[in-house]
Design a protein around this ligand. Sequence first.
Ligand code: F6P
Length: 342
Amino acid sequence: MRVACLTGGGDCPGLNAVIRGLVRTVHNAGGETIGLLEGWRGAIEGNFIELDPMQTDEILPKGGTILGSSRTNPYKDATVVAKVVQSFKDLKLDCLVAIGGDDTLGVASKLYSDHQLPTIGCPKTIDNDLSSTDFTFGFDTCLNTVQDAVDKLRTTAESHRRVIVVEVMGRHAGWITCFSGIACAADAIMVPEEEVDLDVVCERLKQRRAAGKTYGIVMVSEGAKLKGDELTTKDGDIDEFGHVSLGGVGTRIAKLIEDKTGIETRDVTLGHLQRGGSPSAYDRVLGTRLGIHAGQLATKGDFGKMVALRGLHIVAVPLADAVHEMRTLPPSFMDEAREFLK
Ligand code: F6P
């Protein structure tokens, strides 16, 4: 059996753990694995490297992906999709494991339904916004990075009696913001799922100062919106999957907080720092387990599925269900966080 894998979309810690788990499992079952380079671009152009258990054994602690990634979308053009189908034949593949977020997995799902290509999906994203899985690998490492950054920012906020607004990634889902807000004891948490009432936040910051707390930490999602406002975008750039590049809302909010409260305020955008670095132990284990289970599905010939975490176990779910809709933050998480936002 010859299995290909690729990593598409934004990189994240834990991708190499999946590759290692997959390669080992396929090898143990007597098969071989290749890695297509730079996401779907590698599938279109037929660019690949051979992967074996020895060579991939050392990659577990490495951040990013040894295969490279891109946001290439073969479905932008029907002739390009035909090239992917052709590469599949030329490379004599029995299965393709796509490791990615909703965009990458959406392509894998369509290749399965439109062209009966034997694809399998593995969910990846720091955003944790994929349906059908409890958590995506990359999310935990990202939270630890944000927590470490905010713990450092807190010392400056405290020394200078400032409010610091920290803008984090996550697109239109507030998982990173809410979880890191709880982990960092933030004074305000602004997620895309709830319109932000800045007057309420400013009143709280003033009350806390009056009560003796000399600084403030405000966590804001890049996709958060102020009441009656539009999304804040960087430059209006749209990627191949139609997503606009977000960013800048933290700067806007910091200025407004300073104006409304009179408290000196700064903002920090953590940006791509959040996708970098060596995966946490949790993400190494989750990535490895997902890779093993993707390998097992491949060798069993169980295609059109995505491996997913449900509770403590890795299960297989229909790929089409997983890419059906983005998973935003359920309200109960913000309800819990709100106990500390009064
Ligand atoms: O989906 C992962 C993510 O990091 C988002 O949180 C963020 O909005 C986006 O990717 C940034 O993409 P890029 O690396 O293309 O700027």
